[in-house]
Design a protein around this ligand. Structure first.
Ligand SMILES: [Fe+2]
Ligand SMILES: [Fe+2]
Length: 346
């Protein structure tokens, strides 16, 4: 028994985000508590797109007098971006990240996240189908619009190497590459590239337009903020375990990368709303993407670069589900609502 206890204690010391020599199928003892907390919070926020009524949206979309052409363009282009973005994230998780993570509790959360990405893609499909949009137009948009393609390509650059069958963690170069992949996906893709579209889609809700679509995006944004916060914990924990990876040159590269990402996001926001919509003007999106980039920089312990004020403080209110109508009241099965989430991170 004493020996068993010693082995158990040793396991705690051996558990690491990557390169751990612990048994990856043995959940206990949990060391990376943030992962378990994210997993249980994710379960508490479970939802399905088909549970949200799209009736009003269908009426408004069919009417000639409710939505402007610019507003219709926002809906179609945001869907064009998201339909592929969530699949890119899911593929990276399942095919590139999962296999190298050696913490069972982190793997538990990755499984939950992968399922949520599928729910998000389902949600976009459900909106496209409900509104009767042209599937071919929406689902191929990432190949046709430079502003979407450039964002996808920016984060996809590193995946190729990590997907190679002979890619292994355990050297300085490969571990740093893996860390950069986590930053690309969790901080840039899910933390910067989603946010102009979120702001635009949630602005519909403020004007009582497309309430079903806006509600779907509200739930997606809640999930995405969990993904990003888990990713930030994962990245910071990995740096704590392997501080030698966090060199000055690497920090500088990452900091510049986040600034370039903010520029790509701003270009995307201009293409999304060339004349502004619903009281949001295209210029305010420069401040917004820079504000978001600064928040992401500080979350991984890098200095902010832009120091601008948040032009959309209402964004945090829009995702505070406890203040909005109770989605869960209308459901057959009552899931626990997500009281555990902090919305300050917007
Ligand atoms: Fe997603
Ligand atoms: Fe996500």
């Amino acid at each position: 028994m004493a020996q068993e206890a010693i082995a158990y204690a040793n396991n705690i010391n051996n558990r690491r985000i990557i390169n751990g020599d612990d048994d990856v199928v043995q959940l206990y003892p949990i060391v990376h508590k943030f992962a378990w907390e994210s997993y249980t919070a994710g379960n508490a926020n479970h939802w399905l797109p088909t549970e949200i009524s799209m009736q009003k949206d269908i009426e408004q979309w069919r009417s000639d007098s409710v939505l402007t052409e610019d507003e219709r363009h926002v809906v179609k282009m945001a869907l064009g971006f998201f339909t592929t973005a969530d699949s890119i994230v899911a593929n990276n998780l399942v095919l590139a990240v999962y296999k190298h993570i050696t913490s069972p509790e982190c793997r538990m959360y990755l499984l939950r996240q992968a399922y949520e990405e599928a729910i998000h893609t389902h949600s976009y499909q459900h909106i496209v189908e409900s509104l009767g949009l042209n599937e071919a137009e929406i689902f191929t948009m990432y190949k046709r619009l430079d502003t979407i393609y450039n964002k996808d390509n920016f984060v996809a650059e590193l995946v190729g190497e990590i997907l190679e069958p002979d890619f292994k963690t355990g050297t300085f170069a490969s571990d740093q590459k893996f860390l950069e992949n986590l930053i690309d996906f969790y901080v840039i893709m899910e933390g910067i590239f989603f946010y102009s579209s979120f702001a635009a889609m949630l602005s519909f809700r403020r004007r009582n337009l497309l309430p079903g679509t806006a509600e779907q995006f509200q739930y997606i944004m809640r999930d995405e903020s969990m993904h990003m916060n888990f990713g930030i914990d994962l990245i910071n924990q990995m740096v704590e375990e392997q501080p030698e990876l966090w060199t000055e040159t690497f920090q500088k590269r990452i900091s510049n990368k986040l600034c370039t990402a903010a520029e790509l996001e701003e270009a995307y926001a201009h293409a999304l709303m060339p004349r502004g919509i619903l009281g949001l003007n295209a210029e305010s999106f420069r401040d917004y993407t820079q504000y978001i980039a600064d928040r992401r920089l500080t979350s991984i312990n890098l200095s902010p670069r832009h120091k601008v004020k948040n032009p959309f403080p209402w964004m945090s209110e829009q995702v505070d589900l406890s203040k909005s109508k109770n989605f869960f009241e209308t459901r057959v099965i009552e899931y626990q609502t997500g009281g555990a989430l902090e919305w300050d991170d917007f």
